[in-house]
Design a protein around this ligand. Sequence first.
Ligand code: M6R
Length: 640
Amino acid sequence: MCGIFGYVGDESAGPIVYRGLETLEYRGYDSAGVALRSGGSDELTIEKRAGEVAALSVPTVPDAISAIGHTRWSTHGAPTDENAHPHTGCDDRLAIVHNGIVENYEAAKADLDEHTFTSETDTEVVAHLLERELDSLEESGPDSPPRDGSPGRPDGGTASREGESADAPDSSDVAWRVRRALESVVDRLDGSYAIAAIHERDDCIVATRNESPLVVGHGSNAAFLASDVPALVEHTREVTYLDDGDVAVLTPDSVSIYRDGRRVEPSISTVEWDADAAQKGGYDHYMRKEIHEQPTALRQALGSRVDVDTGTASLDVDFPQGYLESVEEVQFLACGTSAYAGRYAATLFESLADVRATSVTASEYAFTGGRDPWRTLAVAVTQSGETADTLSALREARGAGARTLGVTNTLGSSVTREADDALFIRAGPEIGVAATKTFASQVSTLALLAIAVGRERGTLTAATAREHLEDLTALPGAIQQVLDREEQIRAVATTFADSDAFFFVGRSYGYPVALEGALKLKEISYDHAEGFPAGELKHGPLALVTDETPVLAVLTDGAGRRESLNNVAEVQARGAPTIGVTTAGVDAGSLDVAFEVPDAGVFSPLVANVYFQLFAYHVANEKGRSIDKPRNLAKSVTVE
Ligand code: M6R
């Protein structure tokens, strides 16, 4: 992931954008760069280099009052000076910064054979596409936007989009052209992006987003743009959260938002955060940062491994010919959050690959029996790749003759050396002791494995595989929708922060998420929290339920909603406050608080889990807990 910051106003832009980048550095520190417009000479100055923001000196172009900047977390191309943003086309007329992954950039690049590229990034392709679009807009007629109230061009041309507001001329000819070029180019992009562009001939920033965050800040004689609010609050608390597809045009004295080509009133929210707290390294904690990294982490986990059209999941593991067909049991060995990912995966394997699958707590594995080593695949799931209990279970399985697979986030870790094969979840570094993004990446990667095994064994049709792959590839966008509701979740968490205990319930795929939700909460808030299969409450735990014990329920698709709603009614009858996560558009009874997720099939509970993560985070934060380093715990547990 990357950070974007933009400023246009009546002050010197360089130091303001530099400061914004420092605040956003938690989003990536592979490289940093800025593009500033000099009003005197009508030209852009671009400074960028590999490394942290500190490697870049504070840019000083005295007459520059507009600039965009970027901190990079590399996806396409190594962290080099050349791959650093901003990027331009063949000339330096226009520069852009980008956060996200443009999935079809290679195809687009192939169509730009007259252009010369200087980087390996997907972003540079977008810069060239914009340049070509600007060329054609400039060639096709007078360079003026509609100013006379007419929807079309002043020359009577037809470049205006149908439906464009007749009474809302763009701030300048240049803003009009850049906006139109950007609208046209992003129509052809697949993937996620937040893009900001600056042109040498005008003090304006034009920006848009799809599944990557972008927030506009409204200042006094100034407008700001940032990937996240913490970078804005030292300047303004009045912000507009852009929606997917919105195009924003920022000038020193105006912010215009266009939706489907029509200008709309910006919806302005007031940020309540204290400016000092928000400055603490961008995000206040690694955990929150990592929760927000999930869309990117999932894109990386899934990216090149998925071919939705053919219903194929390709994983970089070479099992011996015919091995997967002969497997009779898959055992997931893991601890903590990784064990819950294994439990989710076990249900996926049974359902998608029709193979017996179990999830075993690694520290208990040595005490279990009944396995047939010749027909068992033992899968050690471990973020760190170093967890002693998991490694010990792996050795036990291997010693008994089972084939072993390590599923991990850590290249070169012990599990990759000890298992027969290794599969990487590609989540990027996770520093917060409470595992968050790695849970989503583990489940998604294991889902790909389940699909691959199901296809190999002939138990999963291509059509059904396609449906699951479509749901998986929609996860980043679905999770982003939850992340965009963080303020709502924070308010609910604050309301319940003083409760005596919390119960999490769910069925099927909702059950491991209930367990994980409870683990997150207890781990960082130190509150009593338990997860149960929803149907189990009445067999004992119901005795603990009172009007002081909120019950959080997974009520999405894939979580046995109909049956679980009966269990929710049972706790409501005992006075318990209920917080449910439901699938959008589905009746979920009379919950005290209802959160929604888009329908993601059997992966809907994985999206629901993001509500639980943010809930736990904000309860713990309300209590002032040491969120990134909870008492008595460590990130990697290397003792049995
Ligand atoms: O590195 P691993 O995935 O093997 O770690 C396993 C557990 O120690 C870990 O998931 C732990 O439960 C986390 N602190 C949970 O947030």
